[in-house]
Design a protein around this ligand. Sequence first.
Ligand code: GLU
Length: 463
Amino acid sequence: MVKTRFAPSPTGHLHIGGARTALFNYLFSKHNNGIFVLRIEDTDLERSKDEYTQDILEGLKWLGIFWDEGPFFQRERMDLYRAHAIRLLENGLAYRCYCTPEELEEKRKAAIKEGKKVAYDRTCRDLKEQKPKKPYAIRFKTPKSGQVTFNDIIRGQITFNCEELDDLIILRSDGTPTYNFTVVVDDALMGITHIIRGDDHINNTPRQILIYEALGYKVPEFAHVPLIHGKDKTRLSKRHGATSLLEYRNEGFLPEALLNYLARLGWAYGDQEIFSKEELIEKFDINHVGKSPAIFDMDKLKWLNSHYIKTSQDSRIADLLEAFLLKAGVKIDNREKLIPIVKNLKDRAKTLKEMAQMAEFFFNDDVHYEEKAKEKYLTYETKKILEDFLDGFVSLKENDEAGQKLLIENIVKETGKKTVDVVQPIRVALSGKTASPGIFEVINILGKKSVEKRIKKAIESIC
Ligand code: GLU
């Protein structure tokens, strides 16, 4: 039975790269009818924060990545790690190290000065006598020679010489365990069969394999996924835009757009770009994840987002749009306007936030005119057009689009102006902008009363 896990440290928001790692693990396990585990690696007591754990859980749920087991918290499993460290100690596969932080720091500095590799010099490895009263850390006895080889599913065969590895601390003198140790104990006890993670962990892998072997546990399969880069080919960071998953939600992206985008970020499947979650589960193949870093492309993400906005149910988008409008401080006087607004804007807005910005004017009769729009279209010359329009409009019935068209045609004829020159002042009067959905759509979404109010206000604003 395939079992994968996502094992984030709650020392920051759920990063877009972390979300992709979680997704690959999820898809791989679901594709193989396996189990997906969530484990929070919170042994760094100082840097781990509950708010980040919440952010991770919320982000995964938002994306629709549901775990079958967990969340497990390493903080609650400390006894297990200690017991395993003692087991290694008793079997002679680990040793007590009495070197103080000051001594280690001095050795480090000296090594740097002499141009040597910074590695623990194994002072305590073969001590004849122990020092009962002195505090100690427990170090793993890394073999001094030999090689560690593993077959990475993505990278192929990788070999490390043991000489390159030093005797790492597995339990600090304050009793807290270190990452390379806890990760092995947990992955082994939880029965994880495949470790899919960022390739920044490749260098940790030989150390972990040696620990598996020392503990007598089966070594799992590894798949190290290349990191995500920005367009400038450097590791994706804040400089490139938002890196936290939930920031994308707050910017008005739909979860299925992110899920679809992240799945294809590094994983190739011919030319197909649009995938539902079910399709991803069916088609995802870890063997087709590339070796080189994937480039984060915002335009493509926006393209996918607009695809999902266009193809979602109007009522769902309306609910989401409402939340964005409320967040922007817009008072929703009439919820019934939301559906026609969505119908109107879903082909134009790339994000929900953008849609909310486009939709804002529908909800406030006290129109705010964009400066340039007012200057050009609310002038002494156009006042007459607005007055004529209002005159005719008051006697039309609600939603009489044919009547509205005739009215505009008549004004065009009477004034000898082009249609656009008649429509634009009306558009600015109603929306404050020079670009908006079709004028008749705007008129009919606003309704008769609101249109009259707005045209009157525009006329009054012209002195
Ligand atoms: N807690 C580690 C991290 O967030 C997990 C690495 C791993 O998957 O082994 O980087």
